[in-house]
Design a protein. Structure first.
Lengths: 578, 244
């Protein structure tokens, strides 16, 4: 309701304006455009009040400069409305003549309407950005919308926002199909737009259309993350930043249409290679007085505002007594003007005053719509008969073994005159005969391998293998005991010592010592003629184990260490004996 | 029967001798055309020799020179690469290959890449395959006898054979990967490489004639390629390249 109240003054104003417009409108004539391309339609609307004399029998006056298509008529707001579609016959300035009607015997005439008809409409900018959201928007446009094939245009993607951004905008340019493109330049900063401060981010790309027709550049996309502040934190900068929410936003620009015309065939020079724009050419040499065989560096520089990448080396027609070597090309297309340098080495072969002839170049100038032929000046060089001595630097350069470096300055090596026509076999790896040849050798290896395995298996000592396995187990318990000795875990230490000793004895004497008493073990050891000293040690160890493993008697640290050392000694000594 | 065999052998040897003389004449004629500056004739002669089944690095080398003199860098590069595959240690072939690669805009390798490249050029694929067969035979025999007889000397020989076999296998693997597993091709004339296999697609980058590329996949008349050394990739018309 409140919203409606706000709009009431606007509605009243609108009704007032409408009343003024139509209060006195016996005759109204409208034309939808004042500038039009040749072949395009214009809409001419004639409104005549129904109470006028000619309201029902209106006829359009003759318009020799236009083709008039059949009319449509209807009634609206007490008027008869006649709508005509007209199209101009030629380019130039024309008039839609004054239209006259009679109202109650009184002659009423409209003003003539002038129309400009052009062959192609030039629009400065073609930007229909989505500006619904005035706080953040993106637009795309080109500097010119009607160009020739290969003419340079600038495509600009412009993103503007009043919000604070959390990160740099990410932009995705379209594929620019049908265009050659060069690197994009990025500019960003703050600018005033309609009196308000905006952060503006611009990506400018140089484009060169590859074909004629209406070429459409697809929309670009910009992704940003901006900060939305909490309204309660407006006065507190710290809280404002701290509580700000990051909002992700993605915007698409408008597509841009570029009308591309083909290059005229009339007057196309022979040496024209497709350069469009405005160019200049210059040629220079590093020295004008040289001896025979002394290299002269010729530099031809082409500079201009077109597609420099598409320019190939201009033809340099040297006299037969001068030899030109491979050309190095240097391109610079980063600035406003693009340039390309062709550096060639020329070797004079005969003495005398020689001329390096002018180098010519042709391009199409889209402003004058003509082909332009430009050329450099002839360059005079004096060749004296003498012996050319290479400078120390050049000598050093030649002595470098890197063949790649040599290849920069010289010609290729000459052909081999007397070649031995030895036939090189092609792709030996595909030769099945060789594969079959290998098979018996591989089979022999497999056979001998299998033989060795079987031999080892048959002659294996299973008793020894068992002993080794049990011995390893005994050593594992000894290792555990060592660990518990350091952890001062007496019970586990003696348990592991006991197990290690019994398993060790079992591995060598093949008796189940795990279930035997110490007396039984002693009797057995005597049977195996083990020395009394070792038997005493074993007995003592077993006693210690019984005492400290199952009772709560506390063993001294030195006792524990001794037990470990003694067991180790027993294993070593018995190992040797057995 | 014996007579028939003798007649057949005589006939065969006459044909072989005649063919060899004819080839020598053809090679001399080609070289003469080249030396007289008739590069087109020279190209025709060398191409004919290759069509007749001659697989010789020096024929490819001379053909490459003829193409170079005839301002066809693409085919000059193609033939010098073919020559290099057959005779990778030949200094002239390596020099010309390096020279033409420069013209085709191939970037300089860094030190590590250059070392790997030089190692790969130590032997041709056929040399490595031959070595592989010989070493495999030695390894099988020495290891086999060692397993049967258990002689210490044989163990030493087997270990040496195994080390050589391992080195050879590694080199063969990389050589095989470069020359057989990966399809390499040469760009025949300057062109644009596109982002997608569509003619109207925007050019991603330009390649000069003579540039070596790796074929990744094919789609109709389009080939997805990757530049050797710097690794950029894109789509190119099949007609612009030829496999090495």
């Amino acid at each position: 309701m409140f919203e409606f109240k706000k709009k009431i003054p606007l509605i009243i104003l609108f009704m007032f304006i409408q009343t003024i417009l139509f209060a006195d409108g016996i005759l109204n004539v409208f034309l939808n455009k004042r500038e039009v391309e040749l072949g395009k339609l214009l809409t001419l609307t004639v409104e005549i009040a129904q109470d006028s004399d000619d309201s029902d029998k209106f006829e359009l006056p003759k318009m020799p400069d236009f083709i008039v298509l059949p009319k449509k008529n209807y009634s609206r707001n007490g008027k008869n409305v006649y709508t005509y579609e007209i199209t101009p016959k030629n380019t130039g300035f024309f008039f839609v003549p004054a239209i006259t009607v009679f109202n109650k015997g009184k002659k009423i005439s409209s003003e003539p309407i002038n129309v400009k008809v052009v062959k192609y409409l030039q629009t400065k900018k073609q930007s229909r950005a989505d500006k619904n959201n005035k706080n953040i928007f993106v637009e795309a446009y080109t500097d010119i919308n009607s160009v020739y094939v290969n003419q340079q245009i600038y495509y600009t993607l412009k993103f503007s926002t009043k919000f604070d951004l959390a990160s740099n905008p990410i932009y995705i340019l379209p594929m620019f199909k049908d265009f050659w493109k060069s690197e994009s330049n990025i500019k960003s900063g703050y600018r005033l737009i309609e009196g308000e401060n905006y952060f503006v981010f611009e990506v400018v790309t140089k484009l060169y259309p590859m074909r004629d027709g209406n070429l459409v550049i697809d929309p670009s996309n910009v992704k940003v993350e901006y900060l939305r502040y909490n309204s309660n934190d407006v006065n507190n900068e710290f809280n404002k930043i701290l509580n700000a929410r990051k909002i992700k936003y993605s915007l698409n620009s408008n597509p841009v249409t570029v009308k591309v015309f083909p290059l005229p065939e009339l007057g196309k020079p022979e040496n024209f290679t497709g350069a469009v724009g405005k160019y200049s050419i210059a040629a220079s040499v590093d020295k004008k007085n040289v001896v025979i065989n002394e290299p002269i560096n010729l530099t031809v520089k082409i500079e201009g505002n077109g597609n420099i990448n598409a320019i190939s080396e201009p033809d340099i027609k040297l006299p037969t007594d001068m030899k030109k070597y491979a050309t190095s090309v240097y391109t610079d297309n980063k600035g406003f003007k693009n340039s390309k340098k062709f550096k060639s080495v020329i070797i004079p072969l005969i003495a005398g005053g020689k001329i390096i002839p002018a180098v010519s170049f042709s391009y199409f100038d889209p402003d004058s719509k003509e082909y332009v032929f430009i050329k450099t000046q002839d360059i005079k060089v004096n060749i004296s008969s003498g012996v050319y001595k290479k400078s120390i630097d050049e000598e050093n350069e030649n002595h470098e073994e890197n063949s790649d470096k040599e290849a920069q300055n010289k010609d290729i090596k000459r052909i081999k005159d007397n070649i031995k026509l030895k036939q090189y076999s092609s792709n030996l790896y595909e030769n099945k005969v060789l594969m079959f040849f290998l098979i018996p050798f591989i089979l022999f290896l497999l056979y001998s391998c299998a033989y060795r395995i079987v031999y080892i298996y048959i002659n294996r000592d299973s008793e020894k293998l068992r002993k080794i396995s049990v011995h390893k187990k005994s050593l594992k318990y000894l290792h555990e005991a060592y660990k518990f000795m350091h952890e001062k875990n007496q019970e586990k230490f003696y348990f592991n010592i006991n197990m290690s000793l019994r398993i060790f004895l079992q591995s060598y004497m093949n008796y189940d010592y795990l279930s035997m008493t110490k007396e039984e073990i002693k009797a057995n050891l005597i049977k195996f003629s083990v020395s009394e000293q070792i038997i005493d040690k074993i007995e003592q160890l077993l006693k210690d184990c019984e005492m400290f493993q199952f009772s709560y008697a506390k063993a001294e640290e030195s006792q524990i260490e001794n037990a470990y050392k003694e067991l180790k000694q027993i294993i070593e000594e018995l190992g040797k004996i057995l | 029967m014996r007579k028939k065999i003798i007649i057949f052998l005589m006939f065969f040897s006459v044909i072989t001798v005649y063919a060899s003389v004819s080839l020598k004449e053809q090679a001399a004629k080609s070289a003469e055309s080249y030396n007289n500056g008739n590069y087109e004739d020279s190209i025709k002669e060398y191409e004919l020799m290759i069509l007749n089944g001659i697989n010789n690095p020096y024929v490819y080398y001379n053909l490459s020179n003829s193409y170079y003199k005839n301002n066809n860098i693409g085919r000059a590069s193609l033939n010098i690469e073919r020559a290099l595959r057959l005779a990778p240690r030949d200094k002239d072939i390596r020099y010309n290959r390096s020279f033409i690669a420069k013209l085709s805009g191939e970037p300089q390798r860094n030190a590590a890449e250059q070392i790997v490249y030089e190692i790969k050029l130590l032997f041709s694929l056929n040399e490595l395959v031959t070595a592989f067969f010989i070493i495999t035979v030695f390894l099988c025999v020495s290891a086999g006898i060692y397993f049967l007889r258990q002689r210490k000397n044989l163990l030493k020989v087997t270990i040496v054979c195994f080390v050589v076999f391992s080195l050879n296998s590694v080199m063969l693997y990389f050589k095989f990967y470069d020359e057989v597993s990966v399809d390499e091709a040469i760009v025949l004339s300057d062109t644009q490489v596109r982002n997608k296999p569509i003619k109207s697609e925007d050019g991603a980058f330009a390649v000069l004639a003579g540039r070596k590329v790796i074929i990744l996949s094919e789609l109709g008349r389009w080939v997805n390629i990757k530049l050797s050394v710097d690794g950029f990739s894109g789509w190119i018309d099949k007609n612009y390249i030829e496999k090495i």
